[in-house]
Write a protein that binds this ligand. Structure first.
Ligand SMILES: [Mg+2]
Length: 260
């Protein structure tokens, strides 16, 4: 029976529901991450959550006792910024929080406040979404902008339970325009993982994805063709797993169990 971390050199580690829920750490992530690094080498922290930029994640992880460098963090906000930068002529109308705006700015992506001037509408979780913002986003799409989403998670886990995710913001915009996103950068798309593989210079067969969601983490791992480990410390419960046709390679109660 192969063990989950045999021959692994790179771990894509999901954060929400694996290391913490909101501001509450799950177990003691600090020593667990150290152990994981000793065992396998490189850990890339990945998240679909676009509300914080990479520097803010470095700080958040430090509050949880985890020491990480900015270069070890891949968020959907960062990945979407790189995607738009590659498009060269993107002019973006953003709907999202500061983390998304900061990453777009850092990548020198051109932004506009006039929806009709945008050729891309970029949408992430926005916990200050208003009717006025939905109207502006709709105007960008009515004028022909490409619909780019950081991620489409319906929910994310917090200390108060599940809260509406970026999927809720997309739903509001889709509801009035009839348009679905043309591209979704976050998991289950493999975009962030492929970016990480290039950064780390590691082969797929030496790579594992660890996450708490079947419909994002595990689907992305499957699509990319890498090993997957589901932890039950976040949104997926054992009963959900039993009902799902999507089966991870390994299942553990939490990250500490994976590592030990
Ligand atoms: Mg998660």
């Amino acid at each position: 029976m192969p063990r989950p971390l045999d021959d692994v050199k790179l771990v894509f580690l999901d954060m929400d529901g694996v290391l913490y829920k909101g501001e509450r750490p799950i177990g003691r992530p600090g020593p667990v991450i150290e152990r994981l690094r000793e065992k396998i080498g490189k850990v890339l922290f990945t998240t679909n959550n676009a509300t914080l930029d990479r520097d803010a994640y470095v700080k958040k992880l430090r509050r949880m006792g985890v020491y990480a460098d900015r270069s070890e963090i891949i968020t959907s906000a960062y990945a979407v910024a790189l995607y738009l930068k590659r498009m060269k002529r993107a002019t973006v109308f953003p709907v999202g929080e500061r983390g998304l705006i900061n990453e777009l700015r850092a990548a020198k992506v051109r932004m506009t406040r006039t929806p009709e001037q945008a050729n891309c509408l970029v949408v992430g979780l926005d916990r200050k979404l208003t009717y006025a913002k939905i109207a502006l986003a709709a105007r960008a799409l009515f004028a022909g902008a490409r619909f780019v989403a950081t991620n489409a998670d319906r929910t994310y886990p917090t200390e108060k339970g599940l809260m509406p995710g970026a999927g809720a913001v997309i739903g509001a915009i889709s509801g009035c325009t009839g348009r679905e996103p043309d591209i979704i950068i976050g998991k289950p798309s493999t975009y962030m993982l492929e970016l990480g593989l290039r950064i780390a210079g590691v082969r797929k067969k030496e790579t594992v994805v660890i996450g708490d969601r079947l419909d994002t983490d595990i689907v992305a791992a499957r699509k990319l063709g890498v090993r997957s480990i589901l932890v039950l410390s976040g949104v997926t419960r054992r009963a959900d797993l039993a009902k799902s046709s999507m089966k991870p390679d390994f299942v553990f109660n939490n990250l500490a169990e994976v590592v030990n």
